[in-house]
Design a protein around this ligand. Structure first.
Ligand SMILES: NC(=O)c1ccc[n+]([C@@H]2O[C@H](COP(=O)([O-])OP(=O)(O)OC[C@H]3O[C@@H](n4cnc5c(N)ncnc54)[C@H](O)[C@@H]3O)[C@@H](O)[C@H]2O)c1
Length: 285
């Protein structure tokens, strides 16, 4: 139980990676406050936190709204007394495949506001609390899109680049207070957001997008939200006590391997062959 007596705060905790992490923290002993706009989803997460034998609190709010965030952090402090771990997980995307001329100013502002402004608001408040006790962990959810060019998704990629820069600068500022700040950069993860985007891109055939993205990942699969939660839990734990200002890629090798230039023609040919075989098998199914 790595998080006994610890209090974790997670944004976007009603679904996907946020929910899986809330459950993981609870299973390891943390009390967990989850913030999200989705009240019904938060109730489900709270239920699961309780099933792990822990205590939780739901803050129904838009995490880019400073007043709503402050009110809910005050509620969490009244309930649990402190915050030891902050997971800035919330994120939304602009409609995929749109070129820059088709992205509206509203789309762009919404993505930057939800993905970046919320992280600033949440972290500013959390740092105040963590500084006093000279310990804390902040983990931010970036994406491989911060590292790999994305055709169609300009606002999302921009916001995730900002998450990485924010992480490093905040880490530099906070290391003398015992606060470690790190980020994760996930590849494709099977979550409701991933499924929604797949349906939007291939109406009636979302499996097609999954297949294409599996092929993009050198390990030829996408991950579960629980696999990401395990890495967040590691970064939040004392096992990661000497880590700050890092970005951990949870991406099946996409950023580490895909951009290599193969010096070995046989290896390249065998990779191409396995992609062809894999595609044929999927078509047969
Ligand atoms: N799923 C992936 O393939 C993937 C890959 C890389 C990075 N990520 C990142 O992981 C994070 C979580 O993604 P997910 O796939 O679990 O998404 P998800 O849609 O399943 O969950 C996101 C949650 O955030 C909530 N939310 C959205 N806007 C909000 C707001 N303004 N205030 C409060 N709550 C809000 C939603 O209601 C939802 O419950 C995001 O930052 C995303 O960019 C996801």
């Amino acid at each position: 139980m790595r998080f006994t007596n610890k209090v974790a705060l997670i944004t976007g905790g009603a679904s996907g990676i946020g929910r899986a992490t809330a459950i993981r923290f609870a299973r390891e002993g943390a009390r967990v406050a989850v913030f999200d706009v989705d009240a019904v989803g938060l109730d489900r997460t709270l239920e699961e936190i309780k099933q792990q034998g822990s205590d939780g609190m739901a803050g129904v709010c838009d995490v880019a709204d400073i007043d709503a965030v402050n009110t809910n952090i005050d509620r969490a402090l009244d309930r649990f007394g402190t915050v030891d771990i902050l997971f800035n997980n919330v994120g939304v995307a602009d409609p995929f495949r749109r070129g820059i001329e088709d992205v509206t100013l509203e789309d762009f502002d919404r993505v930057l506001t939800v993905n970046v402004r919320s992280m600033f608001i949440m972290s500013r408040r959390a740092v105040g609390i963590m500084k006093e006790k000279r310990s804390g962990r902040i983990i931010n959810n970036a994406s491989v899109c911060a590292y790999l060019p994305v055709r169609g998704g300009i606002a999302y990629a921009t916001s995730k680049g900002a998450v990485v820069s924010f992480t490093k600068s905040l880490a530099a500022e906070c290391c003398r207070f015992g606060i470690n700040v790190n980020a994760i950069a996930p590849g494709a993860i099977e979550t409701p957001a991933f499924r929604r985007a797949s349906e939007q891109l291939y109406p009636g055939n979302p499996e097609k997008r999954k297949l294409l993205i599996e092929l993009d990942h050198p390990v030829r699969r996408i991950a579960s939200a629980e696999e990401v939660a395990g890495v967040v839990a590691f970064l939040a734990s004392t096992d990661a006590s000497f880590m700050t200002a890092t970005v951990v890629h949870v991406d099946g090798g996409v950023t580490g391997i895909c951009n290599t230039i193969s010096q070995n023609a046989d290896e390249l040919a065998s990779s191409l062959e396995s992609i062809r075989k894999y595609s044929a098998q999927r078509k047969e199914k």
